[in-house]
Design a protein around this ligand. Structure first.
Ligand SMILES: Cc1cc2nc3c(=O)[nH]c(=O)nc-3n(C[C@H](O)[C@H](O)[C@H](O)COP(=O)(O)OP(=O)(O)OC[C@H]3O[C@@H](n4cnc5c(N)ncnc54)[C@H](O)[C@@H]3O)c2cc1C
Ligand SMILES: C[S@@+](CC[C@H](N)C(=O)[O-])C[C@H]1O[C@@H](n2cnc3c(N)ncnc32)[C@H](O)[C@@H]1O
Length: 667
């Protein structure tokens, strides 16, 4: 368990020529005269990337690197990929960094290379907040995907789910940084490699050569760059365990991968809410043709149709895999919304003030700030409201506009009034190779299907019995002028309705849009009423009055409008995202767990059937759906996952079957 998501800054000194030097390691990041040429020689040429890209069969090429530093190697690989690889291929670049530079350090360092300034600027613009964990960055409309792990190298690779084609083994001189080259690092380099994976490194140091040899790489010394005598290259020339086995690491029930990638013809995404729109967008950005079927007559007609939603994470006091998921998803969502809408048409990163609901919560907030679990860019003490938290990256979203924007992609076709009514597998030699989907008279064939159908999923009868359930929610809104008049009528300042940040306490209110203040919301269990109710407005007005520090009953329910929809909640507050597998095959294959909960297995109960779900986003869909969509896309395309493995296990649709098997040990 981590005690902080913050990372130590690199201690840098800058040469007169502007080149960064690491004081921690007493070494340079790159050669100031020939850094670009050295990268191209050591990493690109000695991994034969030009030749391999020219004849690339699969849809994506995966590079992994130790030590992101200034990102120079990445920028060179990106530039070369655009020149040398066919335009329908994708580059995935994964890198790890224990001492991440800040944006301004990066900008300062990359000034030295005007010939790649165009790409450098795009990297600087997209560079994530410095916070522990994985960060997925999409460039070139998704053709180039950068996955950064901020943290210790070996931990990042241990958490990674990917099949790497080439390794850039960078890092400071091994004599100055021997700790990085641990047995665990080499173990995971091997786990993430397949027969034919290559590696290269600027060093000829024995510690690196021996480490690579110990896990099976054929290693050779070759001529170094320029005046340097030697460097090292390697090739994994032995057969490796299957991809499913390498990724499952003894927990094959959380299997996510398939050994032979299934051809992707067309993917059906069912549901045009936040989950469906984000899934379709992530797939379309990877060059895949997507059809979206929505039973309603508009995009975002379910829970995702509320007029204004908040990007509002509940930051936990302790590090857990689920908290890491929400943290990583929060930063991902912030970056995506900012990229899609930097002119505040439907997204305003205005910040959010979280006001404590009671003394105990005030104490928790104080401890949270004192513990410094989160970087300051993510969590601060509010300057506006004493004792409250301030989340500068939060804000509000017009959900419908966001979903429309995500779905307005050339590779996406949306069919409204199209309810999925039947889904049957197409099998070849007992293996599922696609799905026949039926809506009315329409029968269509898809290679893959993703159900983003929230509370309607169970009715389809194709998923295991997951414990999600609906929770009714009513949001309310009031005309701003009427709200001001109501304040003045009781001698309060009308300015109380003018505020520039989202306010949260028992509920939320966001800065007005289109002359309306939106606030809410009710949380009604076992209540299926679809009608807006006056008592709901009453409860929401009480929330609003408390947030704006106004007396009770300042406002009148008659001045309110509202909307009712249903959250799809899960008892463990974690969405259900991943492949759908059959309950009976699980119970059969993993029955040993009911006798020995610590049992490990690499045997797969059944191959992935190309059917996925992405549901259960509860009250936080604006946070969780973009990263979940990106994750589903990685599973379908067989490309690196944006999630830590432990996190994907927490999201796995089969987790409930495994939990029940383990529990039955005690009964
Ligand atoms: C009152 C309220 C306030 C909320 N406020 C916030 C907030 O401030 N911030 C936040 O992050 N989250 C908030 N949420 C939660 C958020 O709205 C949800 O997490 C999110 O909208 C879920 O998206 P979804 O795509 O999973 O579900 P939905 O938006 O419900 O989409 C599911 C879609 O699937 C379609 N569908 C179902 N079955 C079929 C079928 N067989 N064929 C075709 N189509 C089908 C449905 O018609 C629907 O359009 C709130 C929720 C509520 C109810
Ligand atoms: C020579 S620099 C890398 C240069 C970089 N590839 C570039 O293109 O700019 C080495 C990097 O490795 C990082 N590093 C060193 N030890 C590490 C570790 N144990 N885990 C992760 N990163 C580490 C350093 O902080 C530094 O940024």
């Amino acid at each position: 368990m981590l005690t902080s998501y913050q990372l130590e800054k690199p201690a840098l000194s800058w040469g007169e020529d502007g080149a960064p030097h690491s004081n921690q390691f007493d070494d340079v990041y790159f050669d100031k005269d020939s850094g670009l040429e050295e990268t191209r020689y050591v990493f690109l040429k000695n991994n034969q990337l030009k030749e391999r890209w020219a004849s690339l069969q699969k849809s994506a090429f995966v590079i992994a690197e130790t030590g992101f530093g200034t990102g120079l190697n990445f920028l060179c690989a990106w530039q070369a990929f655009l020149n040398d690889a066919p335009s329908d291929k994708q580059l995935h670049f994964i890198s790890v960094e224990k001492y991440p530079m800040t944006k301004s350090m990066l900008a300062n360092a990359l000034k030295m290379w005007p010939s790649i300034s165009d790409l450098s600027q795009q990297l600087i613009d997209a560079y994530p907040e410095v916070c522990h964990g994985f960060h997925r960055i999409e460039l070139e409309q998704g053709r180039v995907q950068l996955t950064l792990w901020f943290g210790e190298a070996q931990d990042g690779f241990a958490a990674l789910d990917a099949d790497v084609d080439a390794w850039f083994l960078d890092g400071f001189a091994p004599s100055k940084n021997p700790e990085m080259w641990s047995d665990k690092l080499f173990h995971h380099i091997h786990r993430l490699s397949h027969q034919g994976t290559t590696c290269s490194t600027f060093t000829a140091a024995g510690i690196v050569r021996r480490g690579l040899q110990s896990v099976g790489f054929d290693v050779r010394k070759v001529k170094g760059f320029g005046q340097k005598r030697e460097m090292t290259v390697g090739l994994l020339n032995t057969t490796t365990a299957s991809l499913t086995e390498r990724m499952s690491q003894g927990q094959s029930w959380f299997n996510l991968r398939q050994d032979a990638t299934q051809e992707i013809t067309k993917v059906l995404v069912v549901g045009a809410g936040l989950a469906g729109a984000n899934t379709a967008y992530a797939l379309a950005n990877q060059g895949i043709q997507v059809e979206v079927w929505e039973q309603g007559n508009c995009i975002a007609g379910g829970a995702s149709g509320n007029p204004q939603g908040m990007l509002y994470p509940k930051l936990a006091s302790q590090d857990t895999p689920v908290n890491r998921f929400y943290l990583s998803a929060y930063l991902h969502a912030h970056r995506l919304y900012t990229r899609l809408d930097d002119s505040k048409q439907f997204w305003d990163a205005c910040g959010l003030i979280q006001i404590p609901k009671h003394d105990k919560e005030a104490e928790r907030f104080e401890k949270l700030l004192n513990d410094k679990l989160y970087p300051e860019a993510i969590l601060q003490a509010s300057k506006d409201r004493a004792g409250s938290l301030f989340l500068p990256l939060s804000g509000w979203v017009v959900l419908t506009r966001l979903c429309e924007k995500l779905l307005s992609h050339d590779n996406i076709k949306v069919s409204l009034n199209t309810k999925l009514e039947g889904l049957s597998p197409i099998k070849t030699a007992d293996k599922v190779t696609g799905w026949q989907a039926q809506s009315g008279d329409n029968n269509s064939v898809f290679s893959h299907v993703v159900l983003c159908t929230a509370n309607d999923t169970k009715a389809l009868g194709v998923t295991p019995n997951t414990p999600d359930y609906p929770i009714r929610g009513q949001v309310s809104f009031i005309n701003l002028e009427k709200a001001k008049a109501a304040c003045e009528a009781i001698g309060e300042s009308a300015d109380k309705t003018d505020f520039d940040k989202v306010l949260c306490e028992f509920g939320y209110v966001s800065p007005s849009i289109n002359g309306l203040l939106h606030f809410g919301s009710t949380y009604d269990l076992k209540d299926q009423d679809t009608q807006v109710r006056e008592e709901g407005h009453k409860r929401n007005l009480a929330i609003l009055e408390s947030l704006l520090l106004l007396p009770k009953e300042t406002f009148n329910t008659e001045d309110c409008g509202g909307r009712v929809s249903f959250r799809c909640a899960v008892p463990d507050y974690t969405p259900i995202v991943g492949p759908v597998q059959s309950e009976s095959s699980y119970q059969q294959a993993y029955s040993t767990l009911s006798r020995n909960a610590k049992w490990q297995s690499n045997d797969i109960a059944e191959p992935i059937t190309q059917l996925f779900i992405n549901i259960g986003h509860g009250s936080r869909g604006l946070i969780s759906t973009p990263l979940s969509g990106s994750y589903i896309a990685s599973l379908i395309t067989g490309t690196p996952s944006p999630l830590e493995q432990k996190i994907s296990h927490k999201l796995h649709p089969s987790r409930f079957i495994i939990r029940d098997l383990k529990r039955s040990q005690n009964t």
